[in-house]
Design a protein around this ligand. Sequence first.
Ligand code: G3P
Length: 217
Amino acid sequence: MKLFVDTGNLKEIEALAALGILDGVTTNPSLLAKEGGDSRRILREICRLVQGPVSAEVVATDTAGMIREGRDLAGIDPHIVVKVPFTKDGVKACKALASEGTRVNVTLVFSATQAWLAAKARASYVSPFVGRLDDIGATGMNLIREIVDIFDNFEFPTQVLVASVRNPVHVVEAARMGADVVTVPAAVIEQCFKHPLTDIGLERFLKDWEKAQAAKV
Ligand code: G3P
């Protein structure tokens, strides 16, 4: 399963890229707005840092506007994947952009039928939002299981990109279900690294080693 970070923050991306574990980045208008400044420059810099797929979302809501914006975003860097919302206009824009060779990530997916329709429109990725489903009392991860099953049945090349991830349990479940990609906020990636027994264990190893060294002199 590929690991993307869900952020527009260059410092977070730089630190994760340096660890050698980062496969790509997803952004959205909310995340880029939080960073301020020139979003095209930020996207170009993200592409340089990650050298993998970088989702950049259109803000137009009509098909023609999404296609125009999608072409413009795709022109920023070859790593850009154009993100469009799951609407009828978005599905039409997805099909058009995909037929020009642009990779498209269909976002704001909350049902298996939406994911299936996006795959039929030749999306490279679909982004089901698990956390936001949990927020309304549903079980977001059930949707991932449904989508993975459907895509496997028909051998759709569209990748399942688990989004709106809130905790490491989402990450584990996504991997067990065979999702292709999980996009995770930097704070949750940090949680994935941590285990108190690792810290305690390391401290004990080092203490024992130091004690043994001291006994030698
Ligand atoms: O990038 C889209 C998605 O991951 C948003 O997550 O936490 O705003 O529901 P969230």
